[in-house]
Design a protein around this ligand. Structure first.
Ligand SMILES: Nc1nc2c(ncn2[C@@H]2O[C@H](COP(=O)(O)OP(=O)(O)OP(=O)(O)O)[C@@H](O)[C@H]2O)c(=O)[nH]1
Ligand SMILES: [Mg+2]
Length: 197
């Protein structure tokens, strides 16, 4: 039997700019895995659940909590927890800063090797999701869809919702979907397999 890795991660640092992180020589050459998705979709929660460490990433009841690029070292990867998009209740100044931070992260990042694209399984992808997905496809970037909060629906509904989401995304190539819940532990093993097998 193959011995499966137990994912561990440790926080490295938070930055407004990718360039500041890349100054750290130790991590310069590590491939990066980015957690992307709408605000409140569950990116930081997934980090904590996946690495079984409740104190790793900041999760709050109110959305829009992750404001910076947060970098974590995990085995041979650097994971990046990004601020979510589409959160309305932030000031224009903050939004413009967010745009710059995130835009720069994706446009100028040669280390980015995989995107974990989180979508709430109960919601249709919106204009922001589609915009980002188009960009992913144009740039031929490897990605895995993670459909979050599957504990909110039953198995039949989750299956139906995945089909509906697929129809909206209309992927040009075959896509990989993982159903994830931090409450019923769905998805963790599948993601471990995908990243380390
Ligand atoms: N039911 C359910 N709730 C979840 C799940 N994952 C996350 N949540 C809840 O969703 C809310 C938002 O989670 P976060 O992890 O902070 O979301 P985020 O994507 O990091 O949000 P931003 O930092 O604003 O971009 C929290 O109240 C979580 O408890 C899940 O699998 N099931
Ligand atoms: Mg967050």
């Amino acid at each position: 039997m193959v011995k499966r890795i137990k994912p561990r991660a440790e926080f490295i640092s938070s930055h407004e700019n990718l360039a500041d992180f890349m100054k750290k020589r130790t991590y310069k050459a590590f491939p990066q895995i980015a957690m992307v998705g709408r605000s409140n979709v569950g990116k930081s929660s997934l980090m904590n659940h996946f690495f079984q460490n409740k104190k790793l990433a900041f999760v709050a009841k109110t959305p829009g909590k992750t404001r910076l690029l947060n970098f974590y070292k995990s085995h041979t990867y650097v994971f990046v927890d990004l601020p979510g998009y589409g959160y309305a209740k932030i000031s224009r100044k903050q939004r413009s800063l967010w745009g710059k931070t995130v835009h720069d992260f994706f446009e100028n990042n040669e280390q980015l090797s995989l995107v974990l694209f989180l979508l709430d399984i109960r919601r249709d992808p919106n204009a922001d999701d589609l915009l980002f997905y188009n960009w992913l496809q144009q740039n031929n970037l490897a990605h895995i869809f993670i459909l979050t909060k599957t504990d909110k629906l039953n198995a039949y509904e989750n299956k139906k919702r995945q089909e509906q989401i697929m129809n909206i995304l209309n992927p040009k190539q075959e896509s990989f979907f993982i159903h994830y819940s931090i409450f019923n532990k769905e998805g963790r093993d599948g993601l471990i397999k995908k990243l380390w097998d």
